[in-house]
Design a protein around this ligand. Sequence first.
Ligand SMILES: Cc1cc2nc3c(=O)[nH]c(=O)nc-3n(C[C@H](O)[C@H](O)[C@H](O)COP(=O)(O)O)c2cc1C
Length: 405
Amino acid sequence: MAKFTGKSVLLVIGGGIAAYKCLELIRLLKKEGCGVRVILTRAAEAFVTPLSVASLSGEKVHSDLFSLTDEVEIGHIELSRAADLLVVAPATADLLAKMAGGHAGDLATTALLATDKRVLVAPAMNVRMWTHAATRRNVETLKRDGVAFVGPGDGEMACGEYGPGRMAEPAEILDAIAAMLAGGDKPLAGRKILITAGPTREPIDPVRFLSNHSSGKQGYALAEAAVALGAETILVSGPVNLAIPPGASMVPVETAEQMLKACEGELPCDIAIFAAAVADWRVASVVAEKIKKSAGKVPSLAMTENPDVLRTIAGLVGRRPRLVVGFAAETEKVIDHARAKLLAKGCDLIVANDVTAAGKVFGGDRNRVHLVSAAGVESWPDMTKREVADRLMRKLAADLAAKAK
Ligand SMILES: Cc1cc2nc3c(=O)[nH]c(=O)nc-3n(C[C@H](O)[C@H](O)[C@H](O)COP(=O)(O)O)c2cc1C
């Protein structure tokens, strides 16, 4: 069955360049069985035609508050009452300001004010408009009012500038809609999520260890996003220099063996995400005293394989989390290796990232990921790690809800 059968969305399209992306959003919503009614603002009509919108949505397009015909057929209040969710995309600076100020001067703003339904906005604007103090104030006000946001992301804009303000992609807005339709603004409430993060440290002797460059930033961002969506969040973390995300429970570990034991101790859980960079090998026998330097002599270290945390948890029978997600840090043939890892580990999804110097992923704040699953490959644009986390969590919330059906 389509994901949104029986649900309906009222989509308000604002007057921005990104309005064209809403045609794709409508198509995706319809494909998932969602009813879509659309209000075009006057400015939006300069960017997309009512005819395109009506053809894709299969519904009459609304734009006039004082239309006698519309008022007789459905009525401006009924438009929002009949929807399960209101979505504003693109949410222009002007629309955000009007919403924050409680304006109701046209059909779009009246419908947005005359509703007790949840509202999701996808802002899109020039970077200076987005970072302007007035927009910052309006966004804060709307967040306090309970309005949910998806995006904007960073990227190159139609105006030629670069920075935050680019509207979320239709697929991302679809995930956000799915998560909100599944469970309001806390779609992971009542769910337990296990996340591993950071490197492991494999001791050589009391003062030395083997480790890797993982900063833990992506895993910690995932924990923040999981808490924000209402999940009971357990963060099993190797040694990193990051603050524990408020609301998450932290289980500190050092070695791969400790990480596996800690994860097993947190089962059962609904979703397990393995973002830690677990050392594949450890020193076969840790030396009890510090290995002394002696001129001309170089110690050789015999290595042994570490337990595979991801494969072990994904392979559990009975206690396997409903969704098991692995991260793959690759330096070449990123997607091929991720596909192989998906099969070898038995997980539901691999989030692959290129950690070569060009990617600057280790320790950096940005990530460009490819989601590899049995359904195929989904490549996301370059985003901050928190944006990746938010989008991934929403997607997992929607996937979990779909599995429960
Ligand atoms: C070519 C062009 C592109 C525009 N793109 C945006 C945009 O992406 N975001 C935005 O906030 N305003 C944008 N504007 C300005 C809005 O169209 C203008 O503020 C309008 O009043 C917004 O109407 P609305 O409240 O119906 O969305 C653009 C204007 C033009 C002429």
